[in-house]
Design a protein around this ligand. Structure first.
Ligand code: SIN
Ligand code: FE2
Length: 202
């Protein structure tokens, strides 16, 4: 594939199986408090194939009327998002190379037929902090390009326990998920894939 921009790192198998299981438990508790919902694209209202929720002081969301944004409460329950689990705060401290803690953790749930189009993570005011991404469950094909949508892209697989850091020059790199490979992990009883992204917003 095309070489990754500086500051993009893939750490295969960074989390061992027990650490992955602890994270799944922690995310189950998050989802019990802040249910997964189907986000809608700005303007068109077209549903995304990924289900989402958040934990942290701020959560990323999108709907037809108001588009992409961060907000402190769940769009359907109206409650504050639950706190970011301590395991994720620790992971950020080990890997982010950034003095302040994460403010947002977006939880994406991919069923085996879900995908995510090429996009930039650019709704954060603080672009000095990296985005830290954690994969759990079935393997996916992850696509990364450059800073322009027209730049060439390359793809590689992300397996359960892998971490990706989008930082430095690569903080605004275009990225997306082409597909999920069913049956490639036993971590999630009903299949699918969970992706967690830790972000600093303000
Ligand atoms: C995202 O860009 O929000 C998710 C990336 C992934 O699922 O690996
Ligand atoms: Fe993203």
């Amino acid at each position: 594939m095309a070489t990754l921009l500086n500051g993009i790192r893939h750490l295969p198998g960074y989390l061992d199986r027990p650490a992955q299981e602890r994270l799944v438990e922690a995310i189950r508790a998050v989802v019990a408090d802040a249910p997964l919902y189907v986000p809608a694209m700005p303007g068109t209202g077209k549903p995304m194939s990924v289900k989402m929720t958040n934990c942290g002081a701020l959560g990323w969301m999108t709907d037809k009327e108001r588009g992409y944004r961060y907000q402190p409460t769940h769009p359907f329950t109206g409650k504050p998002w639950p706190p970011i689990p301590v395991e994720l705060i620790d992971l950020w401290q080990s890997l982010a190379g950034y003095p302040k803690p994460p403010e947002a953790c977006l939880v994406n749930f991919y069923s085996d037929d879900a995908k995510m189009g090429l996009h930039q993570d650019r709704d954060e005011n603080d672009l000095q902090a990296p985005v830290l991404s954690i994969s759990l469950g079935n393997t996916c094909l992850f696509r990364v390009g450059g800073l322009d949508r027209k730049d060439g892209t390359g793809s590689f697989r992300l397996s359960s326990g892998d971490v990706v850091i989008l930082g430095g020059e690569g903080r605004l790199a275009f990225h997306g998920v082409d597909r999920i490979y069913p049956g490639t992990s036993t971590l999630l009883k009903n299949g699918g894939r969970i992706n967690l992204t830790l972000r600093r917003v303000t």
